[in-house]
Ligand binder design. Structure first.
Ligand SMILES: O=C(CO)[C@H](O)[C@H](O)COP(=O)(O)O
Ligand SMILES: [Fe+2]
Length: 233
């Protein structure tokens, strides 16, 4: 088995930022050590909430020195890919339930020069990765049901993360394994020990006054757990 875990990356979710000051919040969280900026797009159709679109992504882009990681919680997906690529997204993830042709949408994201992620809801079986894992740049494990920030981490996500880690290692490709929903300093070690390398955190970071302290704390805990998973499990 090959170990393909990537460098630990902390991805603050702008969903929990002050929406009246998105440019400032983006700059602040990047200066505080963010590796990616997670940008949640909800359409009040695939999920029961409504957030932001490509124009807001383009507006925060000049304030964002790190890659923008767009998480599409929309149905349909296809028409938004070009718009987010133009708006400056480097990563685009989508949910398999929201499209008819998963493989085609991965190709569409790549055609637009972005990296592609597939987002698995808590009840989505791993079989959706069959035949497409090799084409992906990232698997996104939702550890809450999508649609809202500030929810509690679902513990059944941990064995799911471990199973996906095994599949990625068996394939032997450097595919990122991102976990999104309820991730915070108190559980990031367990999530890292299970095999994740990319940690989305909204309320855990933006809910504290010192973004740099939270990001550094989460990174240190994740790095330590990745190096010695048995100690953190
Ligand atoms: O995709 C999401 C919700 O659907 C968000 O990225 C996620 O919930 C982050 O927020 P928090 O860390 O507060 O759970
Ligand atoms: Fe998200």
């Amino acid at each position: 088995m090959r170990q393909t875990r990537q460098d630990i990356a902390i991805a603050p979710s702008l969903l929990a930022a002050d929406f009246a000051r998105l440019g400032e919040e983006t700059a602040a969280v990047c200066a505080a050590g963010a590796d990616l900026l997670h940008f949640d797009v909800m359409d009040n159709h695939y999920v029961p909430n409504l957030t932001v679109g490509p124009d807001v992504c383009a507006a925060v882009k000049p304030h964002c020195p790190v890659p923008i990681d767009v998480h599409l919680m929309t149905r349909p997906v296809e028409g938004l890919v070009a718009a987010f690529a133009k708006a400056g997204a480097e990563w685009i993830s989508f949910h398999p339930e929201a499209v008819d042709h998963v493989h085609r949408v991965i190709g569409l994201i790549h055609e637009h020069g972005c990296k592609a992620g597939l987002a698995l809801n808590p009840a989505t079986p791993l079989a959706v990765l069959d035949h497409v894992l090799d084409d992906l740049d990232m698997v996104l494990v939702m550890s809450v049901n999508p649609g809202f920030g500030g929810q509690s981490f679902i513990p059944a996500s941990l064995p799911k993360i471990a199973a996906i880690r095994d599949r990625i290692d068996t394939l032997g490709k450097p595919i990122r394994l991102q976990v999104d929903g309820g991730v915070k300093p108190g559980n990031v070690a367990a999530v890292a020990a299970a095999g994740a390398d990319t940690f989305v955190a909204g309320s855990a970071i933006f809910g504290q006054p010192d973004y740099a302290a939270v990001i550094a704390d989460m990174r240190a805990r994740a790095v330590q757990a990745a190096a010695a998973p048995a100690d953190a499990a």
